[in-house]
Design a protein. Sequence first.
Length: 798
Amino acid sequence: MRPDRDVGPLVPFEELVNTIEVGVDESCKQEEDCHKNALEDCTLPDPRALLHENNEVAEIQAEYEDLLLKFETQRTINEIQFDFLTRKLAEADLFLDVKYDDHSTYNLSTDELLEMEKSSSQRNLDTIVGWQRSRTYVPGRSMKSCFKLPLSLLNQEENFESMIDLLMEAQEIMLEVQSSRNLVDSVASVVDELFQTLSVMLSQFLEFKSSICQNSVQLKSIIGNHEKLEFSMRHKVAELENQKLLLCNQSADLHTQIEDLKLDGLNSEKTLAGEKAYAEREIKQLHGQKTLLERDISKRDSLACRRRDSVVDRSSKMFDPKRAKSHAVPFEQTMQIEYGLSCLVDGTGRKGFLEFLDGYEFGDFSVRIVVMNPRTKSTSNCFLKFQRASLAGKSLLSLEDYKKLEVFAFEMETTIASLEEELAAAYRDKEEAVFRNETLTAELEALSDKLNISNSDLKMFQEKALSLRSRLEESSSKYEKIESIVNMLVEEKEELAMQLTNALLEMEEEKAIWFAKEKASVEAIEERAKLYNAETMSLSKGLLEVRNELESCREECKVLKERLICSEENAEWERKCSMEKSFEIDRLRNDLEIADAESKRSQEILKSKLETLSSERHHACEELDRLQLELDFLKKEREEFEIRTKEFNMGSELSNNLQDLKDQLLTITKERDKMMTQIEEQKNHVAEVEFVKKSYDDRLSKAKVEVEELARELSSKELKMRNDEIKNSIEKAKLRMRLRWTQAKLDAFRIRYKEAADELDFMNKKYEEASTKLKDRLASYGIEVLNLKKQLAASKAQ
């Protein structure tokens, strides 16, 4: 016996669906739970009801056999359905894509569950078989187990039926889902294709639209670029012309500026040379002033020494030793005073003299002299103090000596003051002269430095001026060459323009003349055509008359033939009757003579008419020659102005008229031949008719000769026309060659003009660059010159 957990009912389909990802152990647990629930739900019979066990065994066995049959049939049906479902699931699994991996796992889990259900059903069958065997072999088993198994089997059958229904519904749902998936896939594929086609169409439409937009934008841009190019070219041409004018003006201005700068340089050189000479003169003057000041200083020193000596002499005379005895002034005191005065005169011992006066005692008084500035009035105060001291010592000196001393002191004071003033002025002059010498030496050094710098600058300027002059000469030579080339080109251009204008005027004049000639020739041709038409009409009338006369001549010939026939008959009859008909023969001869005369007259008339026709033809030929010449001239004009067709048409009309005349002449010749044949037939009969025929043949031969001459003239005229056409073609070729040659010349001149223009542009650019450089240099030179002028002005002001 297997365990009870393997004998439970099948799990419902909903639980299987809900438990897709659950393992086998969980499914087994669910089966055990279901089995327990089924056992709890079933109602066991009362044990007292089993008293009648022997009576109900047969009924139970019959029911069991029925249940076995039902179970077996149901089992076979379930197996068949299971096989069908497995096949369908396998087919469904084949149609599933990679997108539905979850569904594939779901189908695999359902397969496993179905196998588990199959195994469980097999187990149930095994349990039922085992129960049957146990019931047959072990009849003493309790009824409780017997009732338990059929109830479980009934529950399992019900669960199995419900499971089958659910599986069928699931199969239908799977089929519907599969069909819906297929439909959805087909619809999705169709929709994808539609979307792809729509996307392709949209992309193509967008590309087409973008291409149209791009093309329109490109066309607009091309048009705009063309307009811009035209505008820019016009603007550039105008700018180039303006620049050319500006460059010409600038070149003229630069020439003037260069000339002005040359003049300014020369003037500056002259001014610098003059200032240099002036500075040298000032230096010489300063040296002379310096020497004069030194001489003045030496003179003043010598004068001061002389004055001091004179003062010393006077003081020595004043203080004579003879008079010293009478006066009680000691000699030492006088020597001290003299020493103090000498120190005062020198200016160096001013302090010693003041100290002497300060410490000198006159009697009982000691005079203190205050030291003061030598440039103030200290000397006068000193001498006042000295005077006071001398007054204090009146007791020692006499009045005369006192007066002399006072006079001497006053003189000494004045001389000392004057000497001090002269010394101060001399010192001041000396200091000023020294300061001026120093300033002048500094200025001389600065001026020498400036002169050296200016000389170096002048040398540099001269070198630059020489280089600029050489460049200017080169540029002027190049400019003159370019101007000569431009003038040559302008002259050639003017000559070409004049030639073109003359040619155009000549062409216009020739056109006007040709048009006038054409009009006149057309009018003349029309008039002549009218005249020729009238003449042709008259000639046609004359030809008709001639034809009528020829017909009359033919009739007369016929009459003559008849007469000849009758005359022959008469001759025969006269031969027969010779003598009788001699008179008739004479009459016939007379008649023949008359006929001959008439034929002669008719021939003369024909001759006259032929002569008139020949004269008219000759006149017509002359007119044709003249017209041919005019036609040749008109053909030349028509070839140049493409109006030959009309004239050719007119010529064709004239040729048609001539052809008509030729045809008429041919008809006349044919008729003449016929007449010749008729006359030849009459030769044998009438000698006189033969004579007439001969004369007529001669005339016809003459007419043939004339016709041949006319044909020759026509052929010669045609040759002339062809030759004229050849000549016209040759002249046209020559004119074309001339035009090509002139075109080549024009192209060469254009190329030369372009090259000259390019060279001019290149030279103008170079000239602009050189002019800008020269302007910058000249500006820098001008600034330097201005600075030098300012420095010179400042030096002059100092």
